[in-house]
Design a protein around this ligand. Sequence first.
Ligand code: ACO
Ligand code: ZN
Length: 421
Amino acid sequence: MGSMEASTAPENGAAAAGGGAACNGAGPVSNGGGVERRLRSSTASASWAAHLPLEVGTRVMCRWRDQKLHPVKVIERRKGLSSSSPADYEYYVHYTEFNRRLDEWVKLEQLDLETVETDVDEKVEDKQGHEELDAASLREHEEFTKVKNIAKIELGRYEIDTWYFSPFPPEYNDCPKLFFCEFCLNFVKRKEQLQRHMKKCDLKHPPGDEIYRCGTLSMFEVDGKKNKVYGQNLCYLAKLFLDHKTLYYDVDLFLFYVLCECDDRGCHMVGYFSKEKHSEESYNLACILTLPPYQRKGYGKFLIAFSYELSKKEGKVGTPERPLSDLGLLSYRGYWTRVLLEILKKHKSNISIKELSDMTAIKADDILSTLQSLDLIQYRKGQHVICADPKVLDRHLKAAGRGGLEVDVSKLIWTPYKEQG
Ligand code: ACO
Ligand code: ZN
């Protein structure tokens, strides 16, 4: 199952080009530590009206939802509906201190025109979070994805504000809200279309095999080759919350692990991760997402832990695909810290990085960088040595936050992917 009935929404999924799964967001939660910008006050402030409408690229202070002024750069502008006055434009702005997910359309009255700065050189802060892209790809990425195309989605019980651009087929662009079937992930433009679809859709859980069930939590493994439309729809949906995700990968090459909370109405997706069927680089996870209404409840850590349990069953070490987003890095750092320090506590540090890697399936580089960032590594006689004082370990463990939901390995019924035929 999982492919659409042509009659309900012929425009879905199938038309997508590729729609793959190797992703990644970028940028810190807040770029706050970055460059403190001093905006020069315009000497021509009295005649600020002369600036209107503001040019794309203008820098100005903007009142944000915290009611404070923050520096922004104008990314795009559009005319207001009613008149042709230059004061009627709306501006799509990027808050240079914050992640791109907070980019938004603002009205003129939110901007402090006294602070308008035009023709400024590219500033370093715009590159933050994109260190791993070269200038040309960065420009291309930003040009193509500069304005969020879909503002909201409805999925199951939730209406969710989106974070980033997603390359839906053109007929969906500038649709203020998309309605998703929470089971097959087909999407339509109008509520009535969704209601009609829900009467016909006979899925009550993701397609594919249920490989884990513990209490009300279930994990489904979906093969992108067997369920192409589902895989593509999932990618369109996920991209709304992931900044970097290259779409030229084919979903055929991926498995999708979809985590659900189940009740008598069905299995409701809370998040997922994708995994290449074969990875040259020992990636055990391509993209990870917890849907916003379910975030900060431990599902992210559960998904990460699950990806390492699969690696253990494969007898391989694994690492997430790079670059990691700000939230991805925080979640991984937290997971690695907790897992590694729990072991170090028990073994009183008489353990090597190789042994830690064998026990956890965490790649040695990630172990080294985690322990180095906690200052637990010394370099002696050409070798990295772990130095772990129990009190220091406890302090770091406390700082690493809550443990999250545990994966009960006894409930995982799974064999590694094998090409059929
Ligand atoms: N602010 C500060 N810290 C945060 C935040 C936040 N908004 N969100 C997560 N964290 C940190 C915290 O340390 C948290 O632990 P704590 O709650 O005990 O303090 C830890 O990360 C993980 O929390 P979880 O509840 O287990 O994770 P969650 O279910 O929220 O999912 C995830 C984390 C998947 C990264 C989620 O934020 C998400 O989907 N983000 C959008 C997509 C994304 O960026 N994915 C990663 C891209 S990289 C890649 O795919 C390889
Ligand atoms: Zn459906």
